[in-house]
Design a binder for this molecule. Structure first.
Ligand SMILES: C[S@@+](CC[C@H](N)C(=O)[O-])C[C@H]1O[C@@H](n2cnc3c(N)ncnc32)[C@H](O)[C@@H]1O
Ligand SMILES: CC(C)=CCC/C(C)=C/COP(=O)(O)OP(=O)(O)O
Ligand SMILES: [Mg+2]
Length: 306
């Protein structure tokens, strides 16, 4: 690992932690990107119940909860703050449902197990995993701002003995070989080479452990990444892989998929609803169009470490 160059408050108990230098200039860019990120679409959704996500939603929209009587459109106007509050709560419910779906695919997890969240963001999925299984959850992110945020939330919830975020590269994680019974990437695999990523998951997972990812990938049947996929890459400074690359890189690294689920139809309602909100960021059209033209897919892959 490269020499440490900064110390900041990314440690769970408030003690100073050594922040490693980024492994590459690109990782430095990504660390800065997430350190500077404060989009209302993420913070205001997280404020609903204190679970802060950086991923998208799945499932049908509950129009009764929105109070628009089953219409897909909104009968009032966007300045109707009571409606906007319900809309934010509904988007957040769909994002939490996405994380629940990911956790469902880890299978049974004992209280004494360790789980690894690779690219943990502000830690929403880690908190949910601990609340569901009672186990230890270790997260890694490139962003010290995100790690501080996740560790502060864990302290506020009184679960910092079990939930911890660290600043480090998911391709070189500070975990023992075979230490984890489960690990995942929730919308974080488009920042790294997949062979390197799955080699590292394969190393930290115990034999018989489970790996799960939810990701956006381009569809080989479309031919090449569409203009919408290129737009998403530029927007987030990421590099979306194809579905084929996921399956090949897993096969090369002792990860055997037992579930491959196309979540595209399940995520479209989230995007269509989000496009009507005041919290739009401008990327909604690219997601909606690429999901509709078949060039892009929202995929869950669950694999056994054999
Ligand atoms: C879109 S966010 C997803 C956050 C989280 N998984 C969630 O569902 O809320 C992407 C995350 O990947 C992390 N990331 C990207 N490249 C990484 C790397 N090489 N090592 C560790 N984390 C990385 C970013 O720091 C960020 O936290
Ligand atoms: C499915 C794909 C391709 C995801 C790319 C990674 C990413 C940036 C996810 C969402 O983060 P966010 O919640 O911070 O984004 P937003 O601000 O758009 O809600
Ligand atoms: Mg978001």
């Amino acid at each position: 690992m490269t020499s440490p160059e900064l110390t900041r408050d990314a440690a769970p108990a408030g003690a100073a932690a050594v922040i490693p230098a980024p492994a590459t200039p690109y990782q430095g860019d990504i660390a800065r990107y997430w350190d500077g990120e404060a989009r209302p679409v993420n913070l205001r959704l997280g404020d609903v119940d204190g679970l802060y996500h950086h991923h998208y939603g799945v499932g049908a929209v509950d129009h009764a909860a929105l109070g628009n009587g089953g219409n897909s459109g909104h009968s009032g106007d966007a300045s109707d703050s009571a409606y906007e509050k319900r809309l934010i709560a509904e988007l957040h419910r769909l994002e939490s449902a996405q994380a629940e779906l990911l956790l469902d695919h880890l299978g049974p997890v004992g209280r004494d197990a360790t789980l690894v969240d690779a690219g943990c963001g502000r830690g929403g999925s880690m908190v949910m995993a601990h609340q569901r299984f009672g186990c230890t959850v270790e997260g890694v992110t490139l962003s010290s701002g995100q790690a501080d945020f996740a560790n502060r939330r864990a302290r506020e919830l009184g679960i910092d003995e079990h939930v911890r975020a660290r600043v480090c590269n998911m391709l070189d994680m500070p975990f023992e070989t075979g230490q984890a019974m489960g690990s995942w990437n929730n919308e974080s695999s488009m920042y790294v080479d997949l062979h390197d990523l799955f080699a590292e998951h394969s190393r930290v997972l115990a034999t018989g452990g489970r790996y799960v990812t939810i990701t956006g990938c381009w569809n080989p049947r479309y031919g090449q990444p569409s203009k919408w996929v290129s737009q998403i890459n530029a927007h987030f400074e990421c590099n979306i892989h194809s579905r084929r690359e996921y399956l090949r890189a897993m096969a090369d690294n002792r990860l055997v998929p037992h579930a491959v689920i196309d979540l595209t139809p399940a995520t479209l309602p989230y995007w269509e609803l989000r496009a009507t909100s005041s919290l739009v960021t401008g990327i909604e059209e690219a997601f909606i169009n690429s999901y509709r033209d078949g060039s892009f897919q929202y995929l869950l892959i669950a694999a056994d470490r054999v």
